[in-house]
Design a protein around this ligand. Sequence first.
Ligand code: GLV
Ligand code: MN
Ligand code: MN
Length: 402
Amino acid sequence: MWRELLPIGRHPASGGYRRYAWTGADAECRAWFKEQAEGRGLTYEVDRNGNQWAWLGDPAAGDAVVTGSHLDSVPDGGAFDGPLGVVSSFAALDELRARQVTFTRPLALVNFGDEEGARFGLACVGSRLTAGQLTVEQAHRLTDGDGVSLPQAVAAAGYDPDRIGADPERLARIGAFVELHVEQGRALDLSGDRVGIASAIWPHGRWRFDFRGEANHAGTTRLVDRRDPMLSYAETVLAARREARLAGAVATFGKITVEPNGVNAIPSLVRGWLDSRAADQASLDLVVNGVEKAAREYAAAHGVDLDVVRESFTPVVEFDHALRDELSRILGKDKEAELKVPVLGTGAGHDAGILSGSIPTAMLFVRNPTGVSHSPAEFAAEDDCVAGVLALADVLEGLACR
Ligand code: GLV
Ligand code: MN
Ligand code: MN
C-alpha cells in the first residue's frame, strides 16, 4: 500500500507532496482508497462532504468504531502526515482478519477530505462540514489562490457541491473514532516508545494580515515619501516571534502574497498569514492580541492600512477521557506499570480534534525520530509503523470485538 501511494502528487524537484483538495493528485489518492476498500469486500461510499468511507458490517446499525485519517498534504508535505493513518487502518483490518476475530460493532475506515486546508486556507474542511462547525454559506465563500471557489472545485472533481453540509445522522451512527498519526514532535523519540496516546490538542488558529500601502517606483521614490507595507509586515513577523516566546507559545508567518510582486516596485499590498498555537486559550489570546497591537503600531508608523481577519480557529481539544483510558488499558495490558504507553499533547490539528465535539475520539501517535513534519524530511521507521498498525489492531479489537 505504501509503495502504491508514494509517487502520487510527489513533486520531482522538491521531493515533497502536493496533494491538494479536489485536484488530480487528490483524485488519484481517492481512487487508491476506493480500490483498497473494494479489494477487501468493504462497502464503499462517499458522504455528502466528499469524505470516503469503507464499511465492514452494517453502516446503519449504529455504535460504529471508525478509524482513518487524511490523504491530502500541505505544500511540499511529507509522506506520513495523513497517509500513515489511512494505510494503517487498512493494515490493521488485515491483521484483525488474520486474527480471525468476530466483530460485534460495525467498523469503518475513513479518508477525510481537505484536512490540511492547503488550497482553500481552512483546515479540516471535510470533518468541519460534517460536524456542522463550518456552515454551507461559509464553505461557499472559500476560494483558492486562483479564485476558484470550493463548490466550483468540488464540481470540477465530479462531486455534487449541492450536497455539502452538516451530517448529524452519520455522526450519530459512530460510537468512537480513533485516528493514528505520525508524531509531529520528538516526545516518543525522547521517551524511547514506538507508540503513544494523545491527551489534548492545543488551541490554534489562522489570522490573515493585510498591509496596504502605495505602489511606487523602487528607484525614484524617496524613502520618506514611501508607504511601504513590507516594512510593517517584516516588523510584525519579529513581533510574532517575540510574543510567542514570552507566552511559551508558537507563532508563524509561513505564507505571504505580495502585490504587485515586482522587484523594482514598492508593494501596494503584503498579505501574510499568522498561524499561532498555545497550550491554553489565555496564552494564545495574549500572543495574537500582542501581535495585532504591534502590527497596528508599525502600520501607522509607515502610513499603511491594516486589516486583520481570523480565518479559522479551533479551541483546545481534550480527548475523551474514558476512551483514552480504554486505549491505555488495551495497549498497556502486557506491560509493567512503569512501561505504560505514554500519553502526550500536541500542537498539531487533526480531524479527530474537530470530531471530538460530537463523538468520543482518540489518537495514537507513531514515533518520528526527528520530529520533522510538514516537510519532505518527515519520517517514521518501518518497524515503528508496524508497531503502530499492531497497536491500532489491538485497539480496534478491544473496542469492536468485545
Ligand atoms: C495540520 O496538520 C495542522 O496542524 O496545521
Ligand atoms: Mn498536517
Ligand atoms: Mn495530519
